[in-house]
Design a protein around this ligand. Structure first.
Ligand code: G4F
Length: 335
């Protein structure tokens, strides 16, 4: 039985990946912050249904000793390093903690693997945010990085660390350059979930408006459930490498808004207010990924495309807001 270690197992991607690996008969271990372990009802809602099947370890990206001892104890065959401060807006508010936590956390995990489990295959959650002010559209593995946020900068450093551990120490280390990926388990601070949650609240008379920033920004949005499969596929190849994972389509925030409100039978113009407070100091205007390398190398394809994704998320939030039991969003309070 293969052993996998997932940092950030309680996040959107970690929860889908854990389910995927359990189905493949992996022994699944996860690193979780102690504060989350102490409040499972609110903090572990995405993995509540599999807590009996996985092993969780208290650890923090800020503590090398905690990560070192988990790697030493678990001796994983595969490590998926997903944990990070991943909200771009927040990274402008507290640049230092985002940069310190994200860069050091990646460095600590890589170093612990090199010291205690050098045969372990390593996956780093790199990001399309690294392309930032992109030099070309669509972006592929050769597109130069021009990050536009402290978060993006921290991911470029994580990418370079991962590649360097591969080249310098022979670690099987891969970078997954994932474009935006969403689901009914997405955090409420990200624009897609903020929109679908608001649509549901408005539909049920719990809210009257939705305040948003830049509706013109364009993103390549895919489904997180499809993307975790690509993470695993990267680690099953003969050689470690870096891959773009995307849908190949780009859509504006405004299009997402229109589709989500339309799905609920609502006219978005009556509810959406543009609020400059949600604009960023530096914006990434357009992301669109060219995933042909992953497609050619291991036949990965996105299954859920934009329209289906918007409908899936809106429907899940409408059901949740109406009090119906939805396993994928279990027990998340309506904010
Ligand atoms: O949903 P977002 O906050 O995601 P963003 O910044 O693209 O980052 C996400 O994708 C990255 C991959 O490229 C990940 F690495 C990262 O961890 C995260 O998952 O914002 C999307 C767009 C932005 O252009 C933003 O300016 O939506 C725009 N936007 C407009 N109004 C808003 C809002 N974003 C948020 N969060 N809230 C708004 O009210």
């Amino acid at each position: 039985m293969k052993r996998a270690l997932i940092t950030g197992i309680d996040g959107q991607d970690g929860s889908y990946l854990a389910e995927f690996l359990l189905e493949k008969d992996y022994e699944v271990h996860g690193v979780i912050r102690r504060v989350a372990l102490e409040d499972p009802e609110h903090q572990l809602w995405r993995i509540k249904h599999i807590l009996g099947k996985i092993k969780v370890h208290a650890g923090s990206l800020e503590s090398y000793p905690s990560l070192f001892s988990i790697v030493e104890k678990v001796k994983p065959d595969e490590c998926y390093h997903l944990a990070a401060q991943s909200f771009v807006s927040y990274s402008f508010e507290d640049e230092f903690s985002t940069i310190n936590t994200n860069i050091n956390g990646t460095h600590y995990v890589l170093s612990a693997i090199k010291e205690r489990a050098p045969k372990c295959k390593f996956y780093f959650a790199a990001s399309s945010e690294m392309f930032g002010h992109a030099k070309e559209v669509p972006q592929n593995e050769d597109t130069p990085f021009h990050p536009r946020s402290p978060y993006g900068i921290s991911k470029v450093a994580g990418f370079d660390l991962t590649r360097n551990y591969r080249e310098a120490y022979g670690i099987f280390a891969c970078n997954g350059i994932l474009f935006n990926h969403e689901s009914p388990r997405r955090g409420f601070e990200f624009v897609t979930r903020k929109i679908t949650n608001a649509v549901a609240e408005i539909k049920h008379g719990l809210s009257k408006e939705l305040r948003l920033g830049n509706l013109d920004a364009k993103r390549d949005w895919g489904f997180a459930g499809d993307y975790v499969k690509a993470m695993w596929m990267m680690l099953q190849q003969d050689k470690p490498d870096d891959y773009v994972i995307a849908t190949g389509e780009t859509h504006s925030v405004g299009e997402f808004v229109e589709l989500a409100f339309g799905y609920a039978g609502l006219d978005w113009k009556k509810f959406v207010i543009i609020d400059k407070n949600f604009y960023r100091p530096a914006e990434v205007n357009i992301l669109q990924g060219d995933y042909s390398k992953a497609q050619n190398k291991f036949r990965w394809e996105p299954v859920v495309k934009f329209k289906k994704l918007v409908e899936m998320m809106t429907e899940a939030d409408i059901k949740r807001a109406s009090g119906k039991n939805n396993p994928s969003t279990c027990n998340v309070p309506v904010k």
